[in-house]
Design a protein around this ligand. Sequence first.
Ligand SMILES: [Mn+2]
Length: 353
Amino acid sequence: MKRTDKLLAAMPENTAALLHNPSNIFYLSGYTGEGLLLVGPEMRAVITDFRYVEAAQKQCPGFAVHAIRAGVSHVQLAHELLQNAGIGRLAIEDNVITVRGMREIEKAMPGIEFIPLDFKPEKLREVKDDDELSRIERACDITCQAFEYICGFIAPGRTEREVQLALDYKMLQLGAEGLAFDTIVASGENGSLPHAVPGEREIREGDMVTIDFGARFEGYDADMTRTVAVGQPSEKMRRIYEIVLHAQETAQAAIAPGMKCSDIDKIARDIITEAGYGDCFGHSTGHGVGIDIHEEPRVSSRSQQILTPGNIVTVEPGIYVPGLGGVRIENTCVVTETGVRALCGASKELRIL
Ligand SMILES: [Mn+2]
């Protein structure tokens, strides 16, 4: 079943959906330019402007492409299309549209009844099809290859920023269309900052270096973290590494259809807490990955969601000790019919560079 058909099947009859969120638009149509998507019974329309008409026609077979004209806005054009099709009800992305945007829509569409779309496209996006999985696998392959390269580049005297630039360049060289997010390189005591911004700190003998990065391939993201050692790390950091590795591997191995997200989180959290570092693991264990780097399902203590085949989630426990440093190990994984498959093949054993 086509994605647009699935969306319509989840909505009331004789109702169209108006999409503003670029990730939802890409998911439903393949379109990457600016504009809106209108999906209704017998209606598949991209509403854009002159700049994107040709691109939209190429990217979205099966969609009619409409360009705005002088004096007619995107939403006014959408209203014309609804009226021509006799559709009187419109679902709006209530998680995306601002108060100002909603007022504009209401003004441009007299007589239309509005209902919330209520995350329906995001819900569909939680389960990846084979095409989506193969794109994410490719993104993860590029990410792993870039990691092998960067292990040979990291050395005492290199700055975090130099490592970041070399890693980003390598991912692009290997075929990434872009980066899934800003690469994190956190060395030594900076490792205690889960989202450290790479800076001018020079890597030193004895440091651990946490690298969190991912390639983007054909619209889909990879997410991977490895912590490596440069020379021999302290006994304390070595011990922290073993705890995080154990938590990562145990939680990842527990992933299977029917498992509750909060239970996966608990497995990782209990191991870290029992080792005495419960206060040093202040984020959730993982998150969904796809067109967006953070999407559903969340692998957190608050998520009652049940995992299902086709979900793609990260497992990324960490321990962060201010003044000392940190360790995080992360794989992107797919939930299979019988269990789990990690998409980041790079070894998780401590690498001493
Ligand atoms: Mn992540």
